[in-house]
Design a protein around this ligand. Structure first.
Ligand SMILES: *[C@@H]1O[C@H](CO)[C@@H](O)[C@H](O)[C@H]1NC(C)=O
Ligand SMILES: *[C@@H]1O[C@H](CO)[C@@H](O)[C@H](O)[C@H]1NC(C)=O
Ligand SMILES: *[C@@H]1O[C@H](CO)[C@@H](O)[C@H](O)[C@H]1NC(C)=O
Length: 197
């Protein structure tokens, strides 16, 4: 008797567990849909300053000093979002030359823009060949093609203290940059960044 009762109790437990998981999945899917409908999130490289970008011949050492302002805007968001574990990476000719971390931040459940300001400076050895040829070509034109990627993990703040893990957000900003100097005003066209999840 006792065995039967506990058996059906266990079956009930399994059924309600399965139903619970399904409800959870549906709720999470709705939340994600509400938050990440197309056009909800925009990222723009609003400012960029490249004060050093040179490649030493033979050693193929790239010396760089780049600072950026990337505006991340969420339009009419329904839920507050917390961004964490943010990293920014800069690439030249598919070779990563710089990496940095960015501070965590939160965006409220309204339209809000957060400005991210990654800056990179230092030296990095590149593999010669393609990078060197492209550098020579771009150096004579005075414009460098630099790609910046920003990756973030997110948490959705449902109602304090309840949070759900949100999707990872990846930004890709394809930039065309001139060297800036004190005399010339370094003109930069704001550039849209691509977003993927
Ligand atoms: C990088 O450039 C900025 C100006 O854009 C300057 O203030 C800063 O000192 C430079 N950093 C290094 C390490 O040269
Ligand atoms: C929007 O986000 C910024 C942080 O980037 C914050 O300082 C500001 O208070 C937010 N605006 C509102 C209305 O919450
Ligand atoms: C600054 O840039 C301008 C235009 O790119 C160039 O003509 C000028 O020589 C540069 N000045 C210095 C000090 O490098």
């Amino acid at each position: 008797m006792g065995w039967r009762r506990s058996g059906s109790g266990a079956l009930c437990g399994v059924v309600s567990c399965v139903v619970g998981v399904m409800v959870c999945v549906v709720v999470v899917a709705m939340v994600v849909y509400l938050m990440f409908r197309p056009n909800l999130l925009h990222a723009t490289a609003a400012q960029a300053e490249l004060s050093t970008f040179s490649l030493a011949l033979k050693a193929w050492t790239l010396t760089y000093n780049l600072s950026l302002a990337v505006d991340l805007t969420r339009h009419n968001a329904r839920l507050a979002l917390r961004y964490h574990s943010l990293t920014a990476d800069a690439y030249y000719q598919d070779q990563r030359f710089a990496h940095t971390r960015l501070p965590d931040f939160a965006q409220p459940a309204i339209t809000n823009t957060t400005r991210l300001t990654p800056s990179f400076h230092g030296r990095q050895q590149l593999f010669a060949g393609v990078a060197a040829a492209a550098f020579r070509r771009e150096d004579t034109q005075g414009t460098y093609s630099i790609h910046v990627f920003i990756d973030a993990k997110t948490h959705i703040n449902l109602a304090w203290p309840i949070t759900l893990p949100g999707p990872n957000i990846n930004l890709h900003c394809p930039l065309r940059l001139h060297l800036s100097n004190a005399t010339a005003d370094h003109f930069f066209h704001p550039t849209a960044c691509h977003i993927s999840y």
